[in-house]
Each structure stands twice: as structure tokens, then as C-alpha cells.
Design a protein around this ligand. Structure first.
Ligand SMILES: Cc1cc2nc3c(=O)[nH]c(=O)nc-3n(C[C@H](O)[C@H](O)[C@H](O)COP(=O)(O)OP(=O)(O)OC[C@H]3O[C@@H](n4cnc5c(N)ncnc54)[C@H](O)[C@@H]3O)c2cc1C
Length: 668
């Protein structure tokens, strides 16, 4: 058995994983990253529109700060998030954007003077301040009060990943590419690393470490049509699930993005609507204002996706050989804007649809896009059940997104979460020694070897490809945008049957080295378990919250469901996860549950909501008029971040303008 030791092991070389690795390495810890593919090809590179941070540089962002960003995030989550984590995040996001500027991200900048923008289908001229000239710009995104999404045209993920990976390279952080983690090494209380398989040679290795951070991204590909890369298959979540100890949080919270192109499901960024693009039906009618007069196309994604589906169900979709769709119209933005700020969208439309989006409407439909659920961690990013196991980015349920994440808050989560959790990971490595009986590592390697032996040498007859297709169809048909009891029960039963069939997989190609069929067989069993956590969680949750919309339980029910679903896998022969629930404490919330400002206002109130609202009024009036917003916030809900990140953020409108150093920042 090949044993490789390190201090900080990170599984995943996307933005989140690399940012944690950088934090460990900067503290002088031996650090190693594993990845299925070269780091720069990780899925983070696909992100288009931008990342949220309350810089408040642009005139449309004036008045923005952490408080507004926090409130937007909590409302976006439909009160499902951990408010303390949302606070940590909103506080650190401006620091992350500026750090990235220092690492070379070419953020789109503010140009002083007048510029024409499209707001609510009208061309208006806004005047950018002289003092803001050259500072980081921001665009509008769904569910936000201010223009807060910092961007580099519509290739933000690409720029960020290149900058962060180059930083990791400059620190000499090794990335073992084309290596797949298949099991966690643990003793039921402490995680000691992973068993991984080299995808080229087939070699099995034990990577043993003080801390193990899972940053493997989302599980979108358990669905048939998804905007996600084909490697976003949920294997990281399965690693935690299969320990039988670590839990997954809110797996039923799956986001559908309103505007993926039909039929292939490639994304056109929310930036299209943020910059003024409109949604139209088969008659060319702009329908969103009819449903959402306040936010229109820029309500949160769960709301827009549902409204689009509702509208298509009324027969207003455009018929196509691939089913009905609607139109995204960005022609009103003008060719120059499309070719500069939305050039990736332009290329996608040209290459995959053969149309010019500066002239033609784009056929779109809501499509699976983001996994709010993931490996449940505490605010420091560590699994509450398995010491030494951390998780970050889309793989995790940290949990700042609750039941719906806002556009631009995910890229931000990767680098902000990576920055914060990276420091806690480094603390953990410094405070703990590596004590492991290598027999334990050998036992886990043997288990994976046995699994491969039985696939390669066994007589199984089921096809991994077929089971995967079946699973994806079930998820698409029964666990989609609108859900109901009978269909969810059907999904659970059919997935259970698939899981049983997956115990009889057979291979046509018996090679042990580079063998895609073997890779697929090893993954599909794990993916079906992950799919079951989504379907079972959705079946059990008899309310509608954020992206989880039950037709048979249309109300958000804070009285009975203000909690987080925790899934664990009870035993190797189980066919369903065990579900437990973690209550969210209203009496500790800075922002008690209320109306989001968009979507349907039909929640059943939690019995503590009124009590907490009164308490908040009392706390604030006791503080008196002199208290500033930071003191008021602290009195309501204190939160911790690592010491080096505690500094308050400064903005143009905070104080009379001085030199750019006063702004804490960005080189112009
Ligand atoms: C098309 C698209 C556009 C988007 N645009 C935006 C946007 O504009 N703004 C925004 O905020 N968010 C956006 N998102 C979401 C955002 O891009 C992702 O949530 C985020 O980049 C995920 O980063 P990550 O580091 O968590 O994971 P990823 O970037 O997915 O990286 C996962 C890493 O894990 C590795 N890995 C996976 N499994 C294993 C394994 N078993 N063993 C070893 N390695 C493994 C992979 O090789 C990869 O390196 C977009 C998403 C999509 C799909």
C-alpha cells in the first residue's frame, strides 16, 4: 500500500479547495491537493456573472454594506440559513475581492462620468462619481437591494480560478491530478485522510493527514439536465455519507437556474437579467412584472424559475422539439454591451444555438444549477461528528444559503469560506498531532480494493451507464422545481430499487487502469445514495421553502419546519438514509423570519418570531441613539471570524474621501 503523509489534505482543486490550501501553506504547513482534473479546469472556471461583495463603489451600490448584504442573503435563503455564518460571510466578502485584486484578478472597474444602463426595460443614464473612478465595479443580480456583484465581463470564474491557482503554484502547493478520492479513512470519531485511486494507473493510495478538507463541488449531475460540468457528481458528499457518522445538511435544497439554453442546458448568466435583459413568452410578452411587480426578472432564482414554469404550464411557452421554452431577450442592451460584458454568452449562443444574441432572443428554460445541500459543518467548517474532517464551497452545507442561494453568493462563498475556513484548518493542524495506526488505513484501502475486485472479477450483469441514466431521469421527473408527495414517494422507491441493482454491477471492460467504465461503476452506487438523500429529504419536508416547492404543501411552515435536514447512512446494507433535524433558534436570529419582499407571502409563523421581534426592539432601544451599526449588530447576534479578518470594511461613503489607501484597497 502506498501511504502519503501531509498536514493539510484538500480534496478538490476548485476555488474553495485551492483557497484553503493557500491558507494552510501560508502557515508553513505541509499541504497537498487532490483533483480529478487539472486545477484550472475545475468547475469554478465556468462561473460567469460575478461574486457579491458590498463595496459600494458604483453609484447604484451606494449605501450598500454588510448589513444589506446579510439581509439579502437571509431573505434569499428563505430563512433557512445559519445567520451567524451569513454574517461571517458578508463581513469578509469585501476583503476577499480586494485580496483577489492583489492576486491579479482584472476586475471590471468604474469609469467616472455618465454611462447608459438598462433598468426595467428603459435606457437610463447614471453618473459615476469622480472618486470612484478606477475602483471595482458591480452589476445588478437577483434578490439584491444594491448593485453588488463584482465581475470580469462574464468570465469571472475563469479569472478567479487562474489567479488563485497561480497563487497556489507560486507557493509550491502540489496538486495530484487525475486522482479520485473514494473513501474517508476514519475511526468513527476522527478523520485521518482518504483512500484515492489514480485514474491513469489504477493505483490505490492512502493519503493520511491531520486535516482533510472536502471541496469537491456540487451534486448537480444526479439530474439529467444540469448547467454543471459532468464531474459534479456528488462523490465528495458520498465520501462523508458512507462513513455512516458524518451528516449531510439540507440535501433536498437544489437550485434550478431560470436561464439555461434549450436543449443542452448550458447557462446564460443571471448577469444577462442583471444588466437589463427580459424574459418573454411565446407572444413576445414580458410576463415577470405580472407575477412579481416589485423585483420582476430580478426576484431570487427559485421564484423566477417557478414563475417561468407556472407560465409555461398555462400554455405560454414556445413549442419546440425539446419541449416548451421561454425567451431571454438581451437585444435591448445593444451589441457593444453584449460583445464586452456578455461575450461568453454571445459565444455560447453562436456555438450551441447558431444565433446572435445581440439580434435574436435566446431560448431558455429553468435547469438544475446549484447544490445548497452538502457536508454539514459548524461555523468553522468542521464536521460536528468527525473531528479533522472539514468541508468548504459547494460541497459543504456551512450553511449560508439555506434553501436558496443568491446569484453571485457562490463564487463569493468559495473564496470567502476558503479564506475563513482555511485559517481554522491551519489552526487545527497546528493544535493537533497525527496519530494513526496504519492498520486502519490498510483496512480502508482493502475495502476499496475488494470493491474494485468484485467489479472487475465478478459476474454482475447491471450496466453502470444504464443505472445512471435511470437515476437522472427519476430525479428530473419527480424531484424537480415543483414537487409533490406521490411523485417523491415514487422517486424514493425507484431509487431504492436502483441502489439494490447497483450491488450487481458488471463491467464489459475488465481493465484495472484507465477504464471509464470502472470509474462510472464506482461512482454510480455512490451517486444513487446521494440522490436518495435528496429525494427522501424532499419527501419528508412537508412545506415549501426557497427552492423546495411542494405543490401539496405550498406554505413555508416556520412553526414546524424551521430546521435543517441532516442525512446519514445507517449501515452498508441500508437502502435509505436516516433523517434527523437540527432546529434553527429564532431567539438567536438577528433577522427573525418574515416576508422576503418577493414570491408568495404565505408563511405560517414560528411561535417565537413575535417574541424575538419585541426583544430586538428592546435591545436596540436600550443601546440608545449613539450606538453605531456595528454595535447594534453585535448586540443582536455576535459572530466570530479569525482575528486577522476582524477589521471593519471601509467604503467611499463612510468618510470624506482621502487617498486610496484609506479605502483599504485595490490598486487602480
Ligand atoms: C455555468 C455556471 C455558472 C456559474 N456562475 C456563477 C456566478 O457567476 N457567480 C457565482 O457566485 N456562482 C456561479 N456558479 C456557481 C459556482 O461557480 C460554483 O458553485 C463554484 O465555483 C464551486 O466551486 P468549488 O470550489 O466548491 O467546486 P469546483 O470548482 O466544482 O471544484 C471541485 C473540485 O473537486 C475535484 N473533485 C471532485 N470530486 C473529487 C474526488 N472524488 N476526488 C478528487 N477530486 C475531486 C474536482 O476535480 C475539482 O477540482 C456557476 C455555476 C455554473 C454551473
Amino acid at each position: 500500500m502506498k501511504l502519503i503523509y501531509t498536514d493539510s489534505l484538500v480534496v478538490g482543486a476548485g476555488l474553495a479547495g485551492l483557497r484553503v490550501a493557500i491558507a494552510s501553506k501560508e502557515r508553513g504547513l505541509d499541504t497537498l491537493v487532490l483533483s480529478l482534473i487539472p486545477a484550472k479546469r475545475s468547475h469554478s472556471a465556468a462561473a460567469q456573472g460575478g461574486m457579491q461583495a458590498s463595496l459600494g463603489n458604483t453609484v447604484k451600490g451606494m449605501g450598500d454594506d454588510e448589513d444589506v448584504h446579510f439581509q439579502d442573503t437571509v431573505k434569499g435563503s428563505d430563512w433557512g440559513c445559519d445567520q451567524e455564518v451569513a454574517r461571517m460571510f458578508a463581513h469578509c466578502a469585501p476583503k476577499a475581492v480586494r485580496e483577489l485584486a492583489n492576486w491579479g484578478v482584472p476586475w471590471t472597474r468604474v469609469t467616472k462620468g455618465p454611462r447608459q444602463v438598462v433598468v426595467n426595460a428603459e435606457k437610463v443614464t447614471i453618473e459615476e462619481a469622480e472618486e470612484a473612478h478606477g475602483l471595482i465595479n458591480a452589476r445588478d443580480f437577483g434578490g439584491t437591494k444594491k448593485w453588488r456583484t463584482c465581475y470580469t465581463a462574464d468570465g469571472t470564474g475563469h479569472s478567479l480560478l487562474y489567479a488563485v491557482d497561480n497563487k497556489a503554484i507560486s507557493l509550491d502547493i502540489p496538486v495530484h491530478e487525475r486522482v479520485e478520492a473514494l473513501a474517508l479513512i476514519h475511526d468513527g470519531k476522527r478523520c485521518h485522510g482518504v483512500v484515492a485511486r489514480c485514474l491513469i494507473t489504477g493505483e490505490l493510495r492512502a493519503y493520511v493527514a491531520k486535516s482533510t478538507t472536502i471541496a469537491t463541488g456540487g451534486y448537480g449531475r444526479i439530474y439529467e439536465v444540469s448547467t454543471n460540468a459532468i464531474i459534479c457528481e456528488g462523490i465528495g458528499q458520498a465520501l462523508a455519507l458512507e462513513t455512516g457518522v458524518a451528516t449531510l445538511g439540507n440535501m433536498e435544497a437544489v437550485q434550478f437556474h431560470p436561464t439555461a439554453i434549450v436543449p443542452v442546458g448550458i447557462l446564460t448568466t443571471e448577469g444577462c437579467r442583471g444588466d437589463g435583459g427580459l424574459l418573454r413568452d411565446k407572444d413576445g410578452h414580458r410576463f415577470m412584472p405580472d407575477y412579481e411587480p416589485e423585483k420582476k426578472e430580478l426576484a431570487s432564482r427559485d421564484v423566477v424559475s417557478r414563475r417561468m414554469t407556472e407560465h409555461m404550464r398555462k400554455g405560454k411557452g414556445v413549442d419546440s422539439p425539446y419541449g416548451p421554452h421561454l425567451w431571454l431577450d438581451i437585444t435591448l442592451l445593444g451589441r457593444k454591451h453584449v460583445e464586452t460584458n456578455l461575450r461568453e454568452v454571445k459565444e455560447i449562443c453562436e456555438n450551441f444555438l447558431g444565433i446572435d444574441p445581440a439580434e435574436d432572443w435566446i431560448p431558455v428554460r429553468p435547469t438544475q444549477h446549484y447544490s445548497m445541500g452538502g457536508i454539514r459543518t459548524d461555523a468553522k467548517g468542521q464536521s460536528p461528528q468527525l473531528k479533522g474532517l472539514f468541508s468548504v464551497g459547494e460541497a459543504a452545507c456551512w450553511d449560508m444559503h439555506g434553501f436558496n442561494r443568491l446569484g453571485g453568493n457562490s463564487l463569493a462563498e468559495t473564496v470567502v469560506g476558503g479564506m475563513i475556513i482555511g485559517k481554522y484548518v491551519a489552526d487545527f493542524c497546528e493544535e493537533n498531532t497525527l496519530e494513526i495506526d496504519t492498520a486502519l488505513a490498510e483496512r480502508f484501502v482493502a475495502q476499496v480494493r475488494d470493491e474494485i475486485d468484485s467489479l472487475v472479477e465478478g459476474q454482475g450483469s447491471e450496466s453502470a451507464y444504464e443505472l445512471k441514466r435511470e437515476m437522472q431521469r427519476i430525479m428530473m421527473d419527480y424531484v424537480g422545481i415543483f414537487r409533490n408527495g406521490p411523485e417523491l414517494t415514487k422517486a424514493v422507491e425507484e431509487l431504492e430499487a436502483l441502489l439494490i441493482r447497483s450491488r450487481n454491477l458488471g463491467l464489459k471492460c475488465k481493465k484495472r487502469h484507465a477504464n471509464p467504465e470502472l470509474v462510472e461503476a464506482l461512482r454510480v452506487k455512490r451517486m444513487i445514495k446521494v440522490a436518495l438523500t435528496v429525494a427522501c429529504g424532499a419527501e419528508a419536508r412537508t412545506e415549501s421553502r426557497g427552492a423546495h416547492a411542494r405543490e401539496d404543501y405550498p406554505q413555508r411552515n416556520d412553526k414546524e419546519w424551521l430546521n435543517r435536514t441532516l442525512s446519514s447512512w445507517p449501515s452498508a446494507d441500508a437502502t435509505r438514509p436516516q433523517l434527523d433535524y437540527e432546529a434553527l433558534d429564532v431567539m438567536k436570529m438577528e433577522l427573525p423570519p418574515g416576508y422576503r419582499g418577493y414570491g408568495i407571502n404565505n408563511a405560517i409563523a414560528h411561535p417565537d418570531t413575535e417574541k424575538r421581534e419585541k426583544q430586538i426592539v428592546e435591545i436596540l432601544s436600550n443601546l440608545g441613539e449613539e450606538a453605531d451599526r456595528h454595535e447594534r449588530q453585535h448586540a443582536l447576534m455576535p459572530f466570530e471570524v479569525p482575528e486577522s479578518l476582524r477589521e471593519k470594511n471601509e467604503r467611499l461613503h463612510d468618510k470624506p474621501l482621502g487617498n486610496s489607501q484609506q479605502l483599504g484597497e485595490e490598486s487602480k
